[in-house]
Write a protein that binds this ligand. Structure first.
Ligand code: C2E
Ligand code: CA
Ligand code: CA
Length: 510
């Protein structure tokens, strides 16, 4: 949205308003003339004919009908059109009216996109659009503002307040919560919402949109399933722009890229067994950017291997730090990209780094995406993974269940552990179909002598069912979100303290 769109009200809205106002102003004059010529019968004629004429010309009632709303989805990228409609709404609002504007994004959008593909994505967006439109009143605005991203505006009303807006946001979240069926699969989605409430004098659509988007950015960082209201006093430390160029990220790659760490725990012992390193970019203003924003930019500039180098250094440093505190953390997981695995010198590089940090290879979990090794993986990738396993590193197959690898691939490569993708874990305690999927993966892994770690475990219910089904490791927001290294030491200590008084969850192994 460009700054030129800040004009308020827009020319469009003014001309539409003028046309409506003119018709209304001329009505008494018209009635008087008709009465003079045709008498009372003429007046009755006007009373019947005018509303009909209005209805047929489309001037009667509100413009923002449900039909309009759904059709607008076809022009989702036309931000100007959305701003015009919001500005119209603002201009026509009563003096005491308040308006709520919500920005909603489905959680983990890149995962959802990868899982669905182009056609599937469009299908899901259409179905969600229809659900959203049916949940709001016909005069409210429902607008898809990007892939898996919507903007909603409720008709201004004197009744709107924080409680009502939160209840509305909850209702919008419930919509994505209901499973969607894609072929024979059930898709569990969740969404995060940022909103702003505005009253007269309104600042204009452009400002309100950026306030709600800023609240959404903060919600996403706190997600999943988060709701945040915009508060002008609290300057967000999280970045608000959605698309970046390298210069926008402002900062030097070596100092800006920071590994955050998310714990993994054993369902057998309840102890922390390791952490996964996840990349964050901290820019010069101190704002934190997530991989969804940063990785595409690094990829575009051929910087994925630099990223891995930096993550690996910080990960090995983290192991040394935990060892220095005698915290007994066994492993660190590092994500390796396709370009890392296609590098013929990868083995030498890693062997050298492990050696100079004096870390045993067993403590490094090399995370390889299932999609990278599915099908006919390049010889060089197979060779690298095999040599790293021979060195003693553990090979974790990431996002397992989404990449369609065959049993023969699993046998061909020296994989140690499957990281079951979050999409299979969601609601596994409540949904028997999800439970069956997880149980099938676990059974297959047991036959192939592979350990399993469930990703994205958000609730105690999910954690318990996974433990009961025999999943040896869990990782997810239900245990802890990723955190900077300096927070891990206190977190580990307090987790271990709690551990001493909490009974174990899970099945006992002989
Ligand atoms: P991943 O490797 O599958 O990492 C797990 C992602 O799920 C992380 O997102 C993590 O914050 C998020 N997550 C963990 N627990 C939960 C949960 O309970 N619920 C939900 N909804 N999400 C959870 P993050 O940090 O945004 O990373 C996203 C992806 O970016 C990673 O997915 C990985 O594919 C990639 N990535 C992150 N860091 C690196 C890196 O250093 N190198 C490479 N090549 N890729 C990276
Ligand atoms: Ca990973
Ligand atoms: Ca994963």
């Amino acid at each position: 949205m460009s700054a030129t769109n800040l004009k308020f009200p827009t020319l469009n809205s003014l001309s539409r308003f003028a046309r409506r106002s003119l018709a209304i102003t001329l009505l008494p004059t018209l009635s008087w003339v008709v009465y003079q010529i045709f008498g009372e019968n003429g007046l009755i004629g006007i009373a019947v004919a005018l509303p009909l004429l209005w209805a047929f010309s489309g001037s009667f009632g509100q413009k923002d009908t449900l039909k309009d709303v759904v059709q607008n989805d076809q022009h989702a990228t036309q931000a100007d059109q959305l701003e015009d409609r919001i500005n119209d709404m603002l201009f026509a609002a009563a003096t005491d009216a308040r308006l709520a504007l919500f920005c909603l994004e489905l959680d983990n959008p890149s995962d959802v996109t990868r899982r669905l593909g182009e056609a599937g994505l469009q299908n899901i967006q259409d179905r969600l659009q229809a659900r959203y439109a049916s949940c709001l009143r016909s005069r409210d605005i429902v607008f898809r503002t990007g892939p898996l991203h919507w903007t909603f505006v409720t008709t201004p009303s004197a009744k709107m307040n924080l409680e009502i807006a939160i209840a509305q946001a909850n209702r919008l979240q419930d919509i994505a919560d209901e499973p969607l069926f894609v072929d024979d699969d059930r898709l569990y989605l969740s969404s995060s919402i940022g909103f702003t409430i505005a009253q007269k004098p309104f600042k204009g659509a452009h400002v309100l949109l950026s306030q709600a988007q800023s609240a959404l950015t903060e919600a996403v960082l706190n997600g999943p399933n988060s709701i945040r209201a915009f508060t002008p006093s609290k300057a967000s430390k999280f970045a608000q722009t959605q698309t970046f160029h390298l210069q926008d990220l402002n900062g030097d790659i070596d100092t800006s890229l920071i590994a955050w760490f998310q714990p993994q725990i054993s369902t057998d012992t309840g102890r922390i067994t390791g952490f996964e390193a996840l990349a964050r970019w901290q820019d010069n203003a101190g704002q934190i950017h997530s991989p969804a924003t940063v990785l595409p930019v690094l990829q575009q500039h051929g910087l994925m291997e630099r990223l891995t180098d930096i993550m690996l250094m910080q990960s090995l440093t983290a192991l040394q730090t935990w060892d220095a505190h005698d915290l007994k953390i066994e492993t660190i997981g590092v994500n390796f990209s396709h370009s890392d695995l296609a590098n013929p010198m990868l083995y030498e590089k890693i062997a050298w780094d492990l050696d100079r940090f004096e870390i045993e290879p067993q403590r490094l979990c090399v995370e390889v995406l299932e999609s990278v090794i599915a099908g006919e993986a390049d010889d060089i990738i197979v060779r690298n993974v095999t040599r790293l396993a021979e060195l003693g590193c553990q090979i974790d197959l990431d996002d397992f269940g989404t990449g369609h690898s065959s049993i023969s691939t699993l046998r061909r490569l020296p994989v140690h552990r499957l990281k079951i993708d979050r999409s299979f874990v969601a609601k596994a305690d409540l949904d028997s179909e999800q439970q069956k999927m997880v149980a099938t993966i676990l059974m297959m892994a047991e036959r192939l002598d592979l350990a399993c770690l469930a990703e994205g475990v958000e609730t105690l219910g999910e954690q318990s069912i996974l433990a009961q089904l025999g999943c040896r490791y869990v990782q997810g927001y239900g245990i802890a979100k990723p955190m900077p290294l300096d927070e891990t030491v206190d977190w580990i200590a307090s987790f271990q303290d709690r551990q001493l008084i909490t009974p174990e969850i899970g099945r006992k192994r002989s």
